[in-house]
Design a protein around this ligand. Structure first.
Ligand code: MN
Length: 289
């Protein structure tokens, strides 16, 4: 099922042919459009298994409207945290030596290992967003890079989740950009500016995608293909990332997990448009200002 948040934070199911059905009324309770109190979304992430039939029925009943008639938002609301994996594709690890030589004047050995870190949830924006380059980074001459990544949305979550059970704790997948300032500062600072976590265009539940290990990610900037990879090339696959992250912090329903940058990271500039596609999920664009 393709779950979308749209307009006044209503819940939609995207159906064949670029159509959307408003299924908000199939949820229990009155609709709460306030993103600050939208526990209904985290409840849906936790309880999706018991609510999916009602949503599927509502989607089938319609009416469907063209996606072009609604405004899509990021397919998450109020996550307790945004976790992100570092150094999860071999060719990206290799390219980061040159990137760090250029942007840091040397290679930071500790940053070359696979690990997870945190981004601010307030950095999340939706598909079609305009992302403004941070004035302090621009003034300092730092490069700001795109990283186009498969993103996991946590379902039931938990602590110390074994890899073989990890997909039971996952709701689904979306596409995300982990926008990053290249500077000597901490990752959490460099990746948490407002707008630095575009997500979209919707969430595809894991029953349609499996464990996310055979998806094509492609990012273009104008006519140039910047990043192109299949997720089978991840060094640490999705279930193992979930297991690893949950070994240190409880994964709560609705949490967001970026799975790492493919090779091809590079600078973005004002006026550019990034188009990102993940097979079997969808496409989104963001404009840089
Ligand atoms: Mn990243």
């Amino acid at each position: 099922m393709k779950l979308a948040l749209f307009d006044d934070n209503r819940l939609g199911v995207v159906t064949a042919g670029d159509l959307l059905v408003d299924v908000t009324d199939a949820l229990p309770g009155p609709h709460d459009p306030d993103p600050l109190t939208a526990g209904w979304w985290r409840g849906l992430c936790r309880d999706f298994a018991s609510r999916s039939d009602a949503l599927r029925d509502a989607a089938a009943a319609g009416p469907a409207r063209p996606l072009a008639d609604v405004t899509l938002h990021a397919p998450v609301l109020g996550p307790s945290k945004v976790i992100a994996a570092a150094m999860n594709y071999g060719e990206h690890v290799t390219e980061m030596h040159a990137v760090q030589e250029r942007t840091l004047g040397g290679v930071e050995a500790w940053m070359m290992n696979f690990d997870v870190f945190l981004k601010s949830p307030s950095s999340i924006v939706g598909p079609g967003a305009t992302v403004t380059l941070p004035p302090d980074a621009v003034a300092a001459g730092h490069e700001v890079h795109h990283e186009s990544e498969l993103v996991v949305v946590i379902g039931t979550g938990g602590k110390d989740i074994p890899a073989e059970l990890a997909m039971d704790a996952v709701l689904g997948f979306t596409a995300g950009l982990d926008i990053t300032v290249r500077s000597p500062a901490d990752r959490s600072r460099r990746k948490s500016y407002d707008g630095f976590s575009p997500l979209g265009p919707w969430l595809v539940t894991a029953d349609e995608i499996g464990d996310g290990s055979d998806l094509d990610i492609r990012l273009t900037c104008g006519s140039a293909v910047r990043q192109q990879v299949n997720t089978r090339d991840m060094l640490t696959p999705v279930p193992a990332i979930v297991a690893y992250a949950s070994s240190m912090m409880t994964l709560l329903p609705g949490d967001v997990l970026f799975t790492g940058a493919p090779p091809g990271v590079g600078p973005i500039a004002a006026g550019e448009r990034l188009d990102m596609t993940i097979s079997r999920i969808g496409s989104m664009s963001v404009t840089i200002a």
